[in-house]
Write a protein that binds this ligand. Structure first.
Ligand code: C2E
Ligand code: MG
Ligand code: MG
Length: 376
């Protein structure tokens, strides 16, 4: 067989004389088992996961170009099915691959055409109802498809590396907004949180990019929180930890996003550079009143955060009851539809106007304007 490096982290293997599906499976399993053993790199044991796409000649075409395209389509299919899988090409994948290419093509032009924008969701202090900060969330207004939510295009942006320029745009845009809010309310600075993907952390230049954006926009490092999901942290711990340490030394706050669903070990958390924020995932908030286990998990996450010297933010708070339970459990901050949906910055203009006391709802989670009304 012939093995070659196709580019980046992609390799192609040409297997001749394959007879039938059993042969295919045997080859796929042999490659997977070879790759599952750890590699030694600079004295460290490194584990590699791999997704395998198989294009049998005939089904996927005959020419090298057709076979490569078929294998690529099958590989994305394998990736989407989870880690360390293999998939064999079928024609439906070809259609998906074309759709994917179209999406990639329009995403490439989205920045130039100014189709990307940020919406902001307030983070509220549970004890007082005051707005503590905002999380910046990305939206893509595609002229043909309408508003595309981030989870529909960020995975593709990560695979293609487009997340790097997109992420830099997000950072700049969010910092400009942070600066505007600070100018309006200089005495009470707001935190602005920006989501980072693991692909951005892998860029060596990320810390200098962050520093440059802070300088250009005049935002202080302590006004910025950078969110990394717990899952991303575990994907590539060695590279990620180093990048996080560099970011932390700039003075920006690090937040672990979607905490509780990402399988991190306590040992890994211990090795992280100081984390300022732990964001408790919405799944646990959802079950606060119905599942005693969820309540216990939230309580444990809050104690863990306290032990690490971190602030807790509860995500996806939708009811006043959830806000009350969270406050009683000692959670400091919350965000969710109960307080506000993510909205364009103009929608917060009045709330954030100079001299305004920016407050969304009372401690118990009852919207401020309803607090003094008489019960029916
Ligand atoms: P996330 O960072 O965990 O953001 C929270 C998500 O929950 C947002 O979805 C938000 O709109 C939604 N949400 C907030 N409150 C509630 C609630 O009360 N109920 C419900 N059902 N949902 C709520 P969104 O905006 O669709 O973003 C999804 C994910 O996409 C984000 O999850 C984040 O991981 C990623 N993302 C968004 N913007 C960016 C970005 O600029 N860069 C990167 N790398 N990722 C981003
Ligand atoms: Mg987030
Ligand atoms: Mg989250």
């Amino acid at each position: 067989d012939t093995v070659s490096r196709f580019g980046g982290d992609e390799f192609t293997i040409l297997c001749e004389d394959i007879c039938g599906d059993d042969d295919l499976t045997t080859v796929a399993e042999r490659i997977s088992s070879e790759m599952s053993a750890p590699f030694e790199v600079q004295g460290r044991r490194v584990f590699v996961t791999m997704s395998l796409g198989i294009a049998p000649s005939g089904d996927a075409g005959e020419t090298p170009a057709e076979l490569l395209r078929g294998a690529d389509a099958a590989m994305y299919f394998a990736k989407a099915a989870g880690r360390s899988r293999h998939a064999v090409f079928d024609p439906a994948m070809g259609i998906r691959a074309v759709k994917r290419l179209e999406l990639e093509h329009s995403l490439r032009r989205a920045i130039e055409r100014e189709e990307l924008r940020l919406v902001y969701q307030p983070q509220v202090t549970l004890a007082s109802g005051a707005i503590f900060g905002f999380e910046a969330l990305l939206r893509w207004d595609d002229p043909d498809r309408g508003v595309i939510p981030p989870l529909d295009f960020i995975p593709l942006a990560e695979e293609t590396g487009l997340i790097v320029p997109i992420g830099e745009w997000v950072l700049k845009e969010a910092c400009h907004q942070a600066r505007r809010w600070r100018e309006d309310q200089p005495d009470e600075p707001v935190k602005v949180s920006v989501n980072l993907s693991v692909r951005q952390l892998a860029e060596r230049s990320l810390p200098s990019t962050v520093q440059r954006v802070l300088e250009e926009t005049g935002v202080q490092p302590e006004e910025l929180w950078l969110e990394i999901t717990e899952t991303a942290l575990m994907e590539d711990p060695v590279a990620t930890f180093e990048a996080l340490a560099n970011l932390e030394s700039l003075g920006v706050g690090l937040a672990i996003d979607d905490f509780g669903v990402g399988f991190s070990s306590l040992n890994r958390l211990r090795q992280l550079p100081p984390v300022e924020v732990i964001k408790i995932d919405k799944v646990f908030v959802d079950g606060l009143q119905t599942h005693p286990a969820d309540r216990a998990i939230v309580a444990a996450a809050i104690s863990l955060a306290n032990a690490l010297g971190a602030t807790t933010v509860a995500e996806g708070v939708e009811t006043p009851e959830q806000a009350t339970v969270l406050r009683d459990l000692g959670c400091e901050l919350a965000q969710g539809y109960h307080f506000s949906r993510p909205k364009p910055p103009e929608d917060f203009r009045e709330l954030m106007a100079p001299g305004r006391r920016r407050s969304l709802s009372a401690a118990c989670g009852v919207p401020r304007h309803q607090r003094h009304t008489h019960p029916l």
